[in-house]
Design a protein around this ligand. Structure first.
Ligand SMILES: NC(=O)C1=CN([C@@H]2O[C@H](COP(=O)(O)OP(=O)(O)OC[C@H]3O[C@@H](n4cnc5c(N)ncnc54)[C@H](O)[C@@H]3O)[C@@H](O)[C@H]2O)C=CC1
Ligand SMILES: O=C(O)C(=O)Cc1ccc(O)cc1
Length: 364
C-alpha cells in the first residue's frame, strides 16, 4: 500500500517538506489543505500533491504522517477537528516555531500518543508555497519534542523518516525549545523589526537614513521582511518566555548605554572583543536557518544585456542561480554583480566558467 501523507498549510515550510517527500518518496500519496486555493492549484499542477482537499475532510483518513504547517495558533486550533482522523499508526506533527502551547492543547484533547511536535530550524524571511523548495530542509537541524505518551519506536521511525529527507533531528522538551528559540530566533526577529521601525520613525524628511543604510544594517534586518501574521502568532504563543528574554536584553542595552555615556572605553572594547570571538566561533557551515551563502562577485560591463549574457553563460553550464543583483559597497565602489547559488559546487563551477569567458571574478 502507498504511504499517505497529509498537510494542513502548504506555504514555505509545508511546501518545502512536501517537495522533499515527493523527491525521496515519489510513489507516496500527498493530500493537502490550504486556505489559499491558488497554492493548492499550483502544487497539484507541479505534481507535488495528489489530492487538494477543500476543507479538513475525510481525505485525511489513513495518513502515516500528518503535518500542521499553518501559523502556530491556526495549527493549535485545528487539533480538535483533526482528532477524528488520527486512526491506527497515524503520527500528527507540526512545524511551528513555538511548542509549549500546542503540546498543552494536545494533552487537553487526549491525543498525546499520536503527536510529535516538530520545528525545522530552516527557513527564510520569504513566505508562501512559491518560495518553497525541497532543499530547504537539507542539512538543517529539525527539533522534535515528543510527549511522554508517544511510543519510542514511533519517535524513532519519525526521526528516520526526517533523516531520509536529509534533515538532522534533535530531541528536546517543549519548554527548553521555547526558551532557546525565544533567545536565538524570536528575540532577533523583534530586534530587527523594531530597529527598522526606529529608522522609519526618525529618518530625515529626505530619507537619508534609508539611503545611507549600509551592509551592517541590512545584514541585521533581513529578517524584518518576514511574514507579519506568522510573527504575530509566534509572539502570542511564546509571550511568557519572550517577555522575560526581552527584559534581560533591555537590561543589557541599559548597561551598554551607561558604560558608553561614562566614556568607559575598556568596557566597550571588551564587549566587542568578546562578542567577536564568540560570533566567530559559530560555524557558518553548521546546519541552521542562516545557511552559508555560496556567491561569486563579478565585474560587469555597464551595457544593455550585461546581466543576460552572464545568465546565459551560467545556464549553458547547467548552473541554477538562486539570487542575482548589483551591489555597491566600500569594497566594490563601482558596483559588481553578486550571483548566489544553492551549492558550493555550483558556485565554484560558475567562477571557473565566468573566468573562462574573461570576466573578473571575486570569490568571497
Ligand atoms: N518561515 C520560516 O522560516 C519558518 C516557519 N516555521 C513555522 O512554519 C509554519 C508555517 O510558516 P511558513 O511556511 O513560513 O508560512 P507561510 O506563510 O509561507 O505558509 C503558511 C501557509 O498556511 C496557509 N494558511 C494560513 N492560515 C491557514 C488556515 N487557517 N488554514 C489553512 N491554511 C492556512 C497559508 O495560506 C500558507 O500557504 C509556522 O507555524 C511557522 O512558525 C518554522 C520554521 C521556519
Ligand atoms: O531567515 C532566517 O534566518 C530565520 O531565522 C528563519 C526562521 C524563522 C522562524 C523559525 O522558526 C525558524 C527559522
Amino acid at each position: 500500500m502507498k504511504m499517505k501523507i497529509g498537510f494542513i498549510g502548504l506555504g514555505l515550510i509545508g511546501g518545502s517538506l512536501a517537495k522533499a517527500i515527493r523527491q525521496y518518496y515519489p510513489d507516496c500519496e500527498i493530500t493537502a489543505f490550504d486556505k489559499n486555493k491558488e497554492t493548492l492549484a499550483l502544487a497539484t499542477l507541479e505534481s507535488v500533491i495528489d489530492v487538494a482537499a477543500t476543507s479538513l475532510d475525510d481525505n485525511f483518513y489513513g495518513c502515516r504522517y500528518l503535518f500542521l504547517c499553518a501559523p502556530v495558533s491556526c495549527n493549535t486550533a485545528y487539533l480538535k477537528q483533526l482528532a477524528r482522523y488520527l486512526d491506527g499508526d497515524c503520527i500528527l506533527s507540526d512545524v511551528g516555531s513555538v511548542k509549549g502551547q500546542i503540546h498543552r492543547e494536545v494533552e487537553r484533547l487526549g491525543i498525546g500518543k499520536h503527536f510529535i511536535g516538530g520545528h525545522p530550524m530552516a527557513g527564510s524571511e520569504k513566505s508562501g508555497y512559491a518560495n518553497s523548495r525541497a532543499m530547504l530542509l537539507e542539512n538543517a537541524y529539525y527539533v522534535l519534542t515528543p510527549g511522554k505518551e508517544v511510543p519510542e519506536e514511533k519517535v524513532r521511525a519519525f526521526q528516520e523518516f526526517l533523516e531520509s529527507l536529509k534533515a538532522l533531528p534533535v530531541l528536546l522538551d517543549a519548554d527548553t525549545h521555547d526558551k532557546v528559540t525565544g533567545t536565538i530566533s524570536h528575540l532577533p526577529h523583534i530586534i530587527a523589526a523594531s530597529l527598522v521601525e526606529l529608522v522609519r520613525d526618525t529618518d530625515t524628511g529626505e530619507g537619508l537614513m534609508k539611503t545611507l543604510a549600509a551592509g551592517g544594517f541590512k545584514d541585521l534586518t533581513r529578517i524584518a521582511s518576514s511574514s507579519p501574521v506568522m510573527w504575530q502568532h509566534i509572539c502570542e504563543q511564546n509571550k511568557e518566555h519572550i517577555t522575560e528574554i526581552l527584559s534581560g536584553y533591555i537590561r543589557s542595552l541599559e548597561t551598554a548605554k551607561e558604560h558608553i555615556a561614562a566614556g568607559d572605553g575598556q568596557w566597550v572594547y571588551r564587549l566587542f572583543d568578546q562578542s567577536r570571538n564568540y560570533r566567530n566561533s559559530i560555524s557558518d557551515a553548521s546546519a541552521g536557518p542562516i545557511k552559508k551563502a555560496y556567491a561569486v562577485y563579478c565585474d560587469i560591463i555597464d551595457e544593455a544585456g550585461g546581466i543576460a549574457a552572464i545568465a546565459t553563460i551560467l545556464a549553458s553550464g547547467g548552473i541554477n542561480i538562486k539570487n542575482i543583483g548589483i551591489v555597491h559597497n566600500r569594497e566594490f565602489e563601482e558596483g559588481v554583480l553578486r550571483i548566489e547559488f544553492y551549492e558550493e559546487t555550483a558556485s565554484k563551477k560558475a567562477a571557473e566558467l565566468l573566468q573562462k569567458y574573461r570576466y573578473i571574478v571575486y570569490e568571497r
